[in-house]
Ligand binder design. Structure first.
Ligand SMILES: C[S@@+](CC[C@H](N)C(=O)[O-])C[C@H]1O[C@@H](n2cnc3c(N)ncnc32)[C@H](O)[C@@H]1O
Length: 257
């Protein structure tokens, strides 16, 4: 009997034929929702997204406090994690994303005030694909990604690319949604994500597909221990993770030896 291949772990949008196709569809989707992205992020997360990024930044403070530290925020979107990192330290922060429309919004926010305590000036943004970064080997002390890694067309290649651009001793930090375990809180979360969030997001963004993709991609993404194994598998050391907000958000870290 022919062996049935296990379904590939991945969060690709429906109907994609290849990695290139998946990347193109994801880029188009974020480009379409860019004008409403920040507003919907804050609304649909009940403003918790601001707390998650601030909490991630606090965890990374020992690196961010060093003025010589070079930090890359991958899949930076409209820049909110990059600004959260800049707010707490004095490191040089670069943001990279492959959606031009998201980056334009990030650039426009540089040096502006907001509900999180302002966007410090000086964060630099680059258009780049996380799977083919235009940076030399061993360029950064810290590479972060918030709610972006899940969208990559190839996770192992993404991690290898992060590993390549990190300096020895450099840190990887990934903030991602994850499905909480079964139980009242988890079931409530799933009901909200599957029934409420796609309706509000679809209505207010004009792109129902994007807000159906969000919970579907979280459901198909790695469980936290699986992601930790993958990170360790590409050569990171001291891999660890924490679960926040009823287990709906995971914060993974690892160190390049
Ligand atoms: C959900 S948004 C997250 C944005 C931001 N980090 C935040 O915390 O709000 C995901 C971002 O990942 C970007 N992205 C997805 N795949 C990418 C890739 N291969 N290279 C660069 N950016 C990518 C998208 O363009 C989008 O801006």
């Amino acid at each position: 009997m022919a062996e049935t291949a296990a379904p590939a772990k991945g969060t690709r949008p429906d109907d994609v034929q290849s990695e290139a196709d998946a990347s193109r569809k994801v880029r188009e989707m974020f480009t379409q929702i860019a004008p409403r992205y920040d507003f919907l992020n804050h609304l649909l997360s009940l403003e918790l997204d601001r707390l998650w990024r601030a909490r991630a930044a606090r965890h990374l403070l020992p690196i961010l406090e060093r003025p010589e530290a070079r930090v890359l925020d991958l899949c930076c979107g409209t820049g909110d994690l990059a600004f959260a990192l800049a707010r707490v330290g004095s490191a040089q922060i670069l943001g990279a994303d492959f959606s031009h429309a998201m980056l334009l919004r990030a650039q426009a926010k540089d040096g502006t005030s907001n509900a999180s305590g302002g966007n410090p000036p000086g964060v630099r943004f680059f258009e780049a694909d996380a799977l083919r970064l235009p940076f030399g080997d061993a360029s950064f002390h810290l590479v972060t990604s918030a709610f972006g890694f899940r969208n990559l067309a190839n996770y192992a290649d993404g991690l290898k690319e992060i590993h390549r651009v990190l300096k020895p001793g450099g840190t990887l930090a990934i903030l991602e949604f994850t499905e909480p375990p079964p139980g009242f809180a988890g079931d409530l979360y799933r009901w909200y994500c599957r029934k409420v969030l796609p309706k509000i997001g679809g209505l207010l963004s004009g792109n129902p597909r994007a807000y159906k993709y969000l919970p579907a991609s979280v459901a198909r993404f790695f469980r936290p221990d699986e992601l930790a194994s993958l990170i360790g598998g590409v050569g990171f050391d001291s891999v660890a993770y924490q679960l926040w907000t009823l287990g709906s958000v995971a914060f993974h870290t690892g160190v390049k030896l």
